[in-house]
Write a protein that binds this ligand. Structure first.
Ligand code: CP3
Length: 341
């Protein structure tokens, strides 16, 4: 089989397929007992990411258990910031960057690096994962989009208000642009590197884009995302994710990416009408629906697939990542419902 014949890749080209390919955001994670065991063995989250043997193992765990059509490399959107010179920690509250970028001098110290040198563990984990995957399973690489990376780099962690980010954007746009330029260069290198090490397609996570009004999105985030879409068009198929971004949907659909990931609060039937064949759509079962019984999860998954109605260019997924207290049985019910079609 040619890599481009894998079901996920055919769906991203909007070819007619026998069924929709299925995978889940955060499919490798704490809801799986085998993940928790590997994490304990590795001694921590970053330790797991940086040891290719562990990263490949946890990437493969959900595939062995459920047989999704794609594996997504186990890593995090924030590791490129560490490679660029920022300190990065993960604790029970989530990610932290203890020395956030708050002025021009700090932004100027940030280095654009060569992934094959600074992040060789990513390439090695991709090669090991590919070697352990069934032939028909696609391998996804990913990166954070420049705006979302900037929000973490400036805030120093997850934020509700993004006050520091907004102050820099609005009061010192020149420094913000220097930062976005460096991040865009790093993201491009990181994505090219992952494709050169075996990723079949890539996901660009712009989790915090939807915190912006449409006007601010078009001014402060979209130009860099659009540039990446253009730069990567001949490299690999690219899917954009932007969280609860119904107000940005038209701009995302028009971006020129191969796929747009839909949040569960958007209507996928309407989104297909609005997309009008411009790109594939990924989504969009509510991750909280996996708290229902396995039978109800199957019913809701079939209802979603009925709403899509077999239109070409659908990649079945959740609207956001799997929650850590999800019953593994319910992930199974979701994947089985897709495969039964
Ligand atoms: O299975 C996969 O989806 C692949 C691996 C993956 C992780 N993070 C692993 C992870 C991917 C693709 C990501 C992307 C990511 N990371 C995003 C974008 C997608 C999204 O969720 O919006 C963001 C914003 C991050 C930053 C991040 N990493 C946060 C906010 C957190 C804490 C929240 C949480 O769930 O704990 C993380 C930690 C993280 N990244 C975990 C995993 C499996 C949990 C770590 C653990 O084992 O303790």
């Amino acid at each position: 089989m040619q890599p481009t014949d894998r079901l996920l890749l055919r769906a991203l080209r909007r070819e007619k397929t026998e069924r929709a390919p299925v995978w889940l955001m955060r499919q490798a994670g704490r809801y799986l007992p085998e993940y928790r065991a590997t994490r304990a063995e590795a001694g921590g989250f970053l330790e797991m990411i940086k040891e290719p043997r562990f990263a490949a193992e946890v990437t493969l765990q959900p595939i062995r258990r459920y047989g999704m059509d794609a594996a997504i490399l186990f890593s995090d959107i924030l590791v490129p910031l560490e490679a660029m010179g920022m300190q990065l920690v993960f604790d029970e509250h989530g990610p932290g960057l203890p020395q956030p970028l708050r002025d021009r001098a700090a932004i100027e110290r940030l280095q654009v690096v060569t992934p094959a040198e600074a992040m060789a563990y990513v390439g090695e984990a991709l090669r090991l994962t590919r070697a352990g995957l069934p032939e028909e399973t696609a391998l996804l690489g990913f990166c954070g989009a420049p705006f979302t990376l900037a929000s973490y780099a400036i805030e120093g962690g997850t934020s509700k208000q993004f006050s520091h980010l907004r102050k820099l954007m609005y009061r010192d746009e020149a420094s913000f642009e220097i930062l976005m330029e460096k991040l865009a260069q790093q993201v491009e290198r990181h994505l090219r590197y992952q494709v050169s090490c075996g990723a079949d397609a890539i996901v660009l996570f712009d989790t915090w884009a939807a915190s912006l009004t449409r006007a601010d999105y078009l001014r402060y985030a979209a130009p860099w995302t659009r540039r990446l879409v253009v730069e990567l068009a001949s490299v690999a198929p690219l899917v954009i994710f932007a969280g609860a971004a119904d107000h940005l949907l038209e701009d995302l659909l028009a971006m020129g990416a191969n796929g747009v990931a839909l949040d569960h609060r958007s209507s996928i039937g309407e989104a297909f009408e609005r997309a009008a064949g411009r790109c594939a759509l990924q989504g969009n079962l509510d991750p909280a629906a996996l708290f229902a019984s396995p039978a109800e999860v199957a019913r809701r998954t079939h209802a979603l697939l009925d709403e899509v109605g077999g239109r070409p260019g659908h990649v079945l997924n959740l609207g956001h990542g799997v929650f850590k207290d999800t019953d593994p049985e319910c992930v199974g019910a979701f994947v089985r419902a897709a495969r039964e079609r």
